[in-house]
Write a protein that binds this ligand. Sequence first.
Ligand code: UD1
Length: 447
Amino acid sequence: MSQPTAAPTTAIIILAAGKGTRMKSALPKVLHEVAGRPMLGHAIAAAAEAGANQICLVTAPEQHAVRAYALSEAPEIINCIQENQLGTGDAVRAAADAVSGVERVVVMFGDTPLMRADILTQLSMSDADVTVLGFEPDDAATYGRIVMDATAPARIVEFKDADAETRAVTLCNGGAMGVHTEVLSALLPLLGNDNAQNEYYLPDLVQLAVQSRKSTALVMGDVDDTLGVDSRAGLARAEARMQARLRAAMFDAGVTMQDPNTVYLSHDTVIEPDVRLEPNIKIGPGVHIAGGALIKAFSHLEGVTVGPRAIIGPFARLRPGTVLGADVRIGNFVETKNANIRDGSKVNHLSYIGDAELGLGVNIGAGTITCNYDGFKKHLTQIGDGAFIGSNSSLIAPVTIGAGAYLGSGTAVSSDVPKNGLTVTRAPRRDLKNWADNFRRQNQKED
Ligand code: UD1
C-alpha cells in the first residue's frame, strides 16, 4: 500500500492593496461585509481552512484598518506593505521576502469572498511549477484570457493587451495561482511592465515559466470562486451568491425554508435538523438554532442561542447575548438582549427583556419591560422558576423576583419580591360619577 503524500508546506499571499475607488466608500473595500463578515475575513478563513502554514497579507501603506482587522482575525498573519500599486506581480514581490521555509506559494485576492479552500488546496498540491485558476463565465468580459498549448497554459493575456483572436478565447484567468517557491523566486524579478497598463502582471509568470522550461497546469473553478468585488453592485452580487451557497448548505443539513430567497443567513450560522424557518427572516452573526425550533416570519436574530423546539416570532427581535432553553416561546414584538431564558418560559407579546436571568417555566405577561438602564449602567433582573409576571409590569433593575411569585398586572417593582406571594402596586382607583357628561356639556356650551 502506498503512503499518502504529505501536503506541501504552503504560504498563502492575499492581495489587498488595490484602492477600491469604485466602492466610493470611507471603508476599505475588503472590509465591506458579505454574509456578516468582511470580505477579507472570508479570504483569511479560506486560507486557514486550506491549511496554509503562513498567511501573508499585502496592503497599501495607508490601509491601517485592514491590517488591524487581519491581525484581530489571525494574529499570526504577516503584514506586507506594497508602497505603490504597480500591479499584481509587484504586490506579490512585496510579500516574497516574508515567505520563508515553505515549498509552495498560493496567491489569492482579498476581494473574492466566495473563493473555496478546496481550490486553494488544489493550487498548492499541484505538481506543476506554476498552476493557474481558470473558469468559463457566460460573458468573458474583460478577464485575462488563458491561452493553452496542447494540454497546459502557455500564457495569460490581459484583456487590454489582447488582440481580437485572443479576446475570442473563452477560458478566463480567475486570478489565484499556485507556484513552487523556488520558481517564484527565480521568475518574479523577470516580470516587466511593458504592457497596456504599465503594470507588473502576476499572470505573466505563466509565459516566463514556459520560457524557462518550467511546467504549468490549470485548475478549473466556477464563477463564484473567482467573483471579485469592485463596486457596490458587485458586493450585492457576491452577497446573493453567498446566500445561495449558505441556503443550499442549510437544506443539506435538514432545515426547512418555505421561501429560501427571503431568509438571510450569516457565514457562521448553525442550524440543526428539523428547524423550520418561515419567510422573511434575518440571521446575523453568532446564531445557533437547536433542532425542532420554529422561527416565524419577520424575525431578526443576532448573537443568539435558541434551544430545542423553541418557537420564535413572528416579528421577534433577539439581540446578542440571548440564550433560550428548550421549548421557550418568544412571541410578536418582543425584544430580548443579554437574556438567559430557561426551559419552558414564555414571553409572548410586546415585551423588552434585557440583562435578565429567567428561570424555568416563567410566564411574562404582555407589555412587560425590564428597566435595565439608568442612563449610566445596565442592571440585572432575575426571575425565579415558575414566577408569573402580570401584563404591563415594569421590573426596575437591579431586582430579583422570587420563584413562584405572582406579580399583579401593571406592577412596578424596584426592590426584591419574595417567592410565592402576590405583589401588586397600583394607584388607588377613583370613580367620579357623571364627570364625563358634565365635562362634555361644559365644553359644548363654550363652543
Ligand atoms: C486580475 C488578473 C486577470 C484576471 C482577474 C480575475 C492581473 C494582472 N490580472 O485582474 O487576469 O482575469 O484578476 O478577477 O493579475 N492588487 C494589489 N496591488 C496592486 C494591484 C492589485 O494588491 O498593485 C490586488 C487588488 O487589491 C485585488 C487583486 O490584486 O485584490 C486583483 O487586482 P485587480 O487590479 O482587481 O485585477 P483584475 O483587473 O481583476
